[in-house]
Design a protein around this ligand. Structure first.
Ligand code: CU
Length: 344
């Protein structure tokens, strides 16, 4: 390691400008996007963005889009890279996940928590001009280097979905491993590599024949080249439920899980705790049930009151609340998912 640069708590996404002069860091815990000069390793600027997660830089190196996961006010923040100034913000209805600038530079393609499509943002008007349907829980969108094929992983069914970046039509789908996370495309546009976070392997997809050429075991919970907070620890593997064959249907938000008394059941559904605030009497227990196709956790903000560990699809976790008080909690995998327990 040549150097370590202090950027504050919980940095998430990284992106490098096309000329290699700046590395941009999404400071999720510090509520800012930071630019580091790769020559001097010095901080060049900081731009205020609430809870930025992933970043996408335009091909001209002038603009970065940041997926801001602020609870109740998610958005895409737009920053002018030379000056480090925030030049715009596109408010969204659901937390943005991963994003990429489209091949012709005119659009940003991005995914959102609880939305089963890739959204297309027109950069001129800042309007969403298309939603490309995908499998459940889409994550990273990417384009082949020639710009001809759009790719996105769908975590629920475990597939790589293909779409046309010009017509926005979904053009195909290839089954990959469990909970695919990120994609890389070969420079000859022929092969896509997909990390599968839950089957611990990389699918090598032949984009010509639309088949998986081979699957490479790579160890535990591969995500990206840069490890993110929330990667599944080895010791938790045996607690994870097996992956479903099909995406789990989302529970209606207002209905408690069967077998639970009123007010003691919380669903983790559509990337939210439902209800987000729950009140119980001292001595009562609460059961969280994950109805999403991806893993979540229920973890107290102090991390000592309770921590469910990874809850796979359909998994539940219960804990009893003896002490009156107000407890804030979150999902460690998706820190923008937050809830409150009030014990009276
Ligand atoms: Cu989660």
């Amino acid at each position: 390691m040549a150097a370590s640069i202090e950027v504050g708590t919980t940095p998430h996404g990284l992106a490098i400008t096309p000329d290699g002069s700046l590395v941009l860091v999404a400071g999720f815990g510090t509520n800012q996007v930071e630019a580091i000069d790769t020559g001097s390793n010095q901080l060049v600027w900081q731009a205020p963005v609430p809870q930025p997660h992933n970043l996408a830089i335009t091909a001209d190196g002038q603009t970065v889009y940041a997926a801001s996961q602020k609870q109740d006010a998610p958005s895409l923040a737009i920053i002018d890279i030379p000056s480090g100034t925030l030049t715009g913000s596109v408010p969204l209805d659901h937390a943005p996940r991963a994003l990429n600038v489209g091949p012709d530079g005119g659009e940003v393609f991005f995914t959102q928590a609880g939305v089963d499509s890739v959204q297309v943002l027109d950069r001129g008007s800042n309007q969403i001009v298309a939603r490309i349907p995908t499998g459940a829980s889409p994550h990273h969108p990417l384009f082949t280097p020639d710009g001809k094929v759009g790719l996105v992983v769908a975590q629920g069914p475990g597939e790589l979905d293909l779409f046309d970046p010009v017509t926005y039509a979904r053009t195909g789908s290839v089954k990959v491993g469990d909970m695919p996370h990120w994609i890389a495309a070969s420079s000859d546009n022929q092969v896509a590599y997909v990390t599968n976070e839950k089957s611990n392997d990389v699918s090598v997809v032949d984009l010509g024949t639309m088949t998986v050429a081979t699957t490479i075991p790579v160890g535990n919970a591969p995500r990206k080249i840069v490890l993110q907070p929330g990667a599944v620890p080895l010791a938790n593997d045996h607690q994870m439920a097996p992956a479903p064959q099909a995406p789990a249907p989302q529970a209606p938000a207002s209905v408690a899980a069967p077998g639970q008394g009123p007010g003691t059941a919380v669903s983790i559904a559509g990337f939210a705790f439902v209800p987000s605030t729950i009140t119980v009497a001292a001595g009562q227990s609460i059961t969280w049930t994950n109805t999403d196709p991806v893993a979540h956790t229920s973890t107290s903000d102090d991390r000592t009151s309770w921590d469910s560990g990874d809850l796979g699809p359909h998994a539940s976790f219960s804990t009893t609340f003896a002490q009156p008080g107000t407890y804030a909690y979150h999902c460690t995998i998706h820190p923008f998912i937050r809830g409150t327990v009030i014990v009276k």
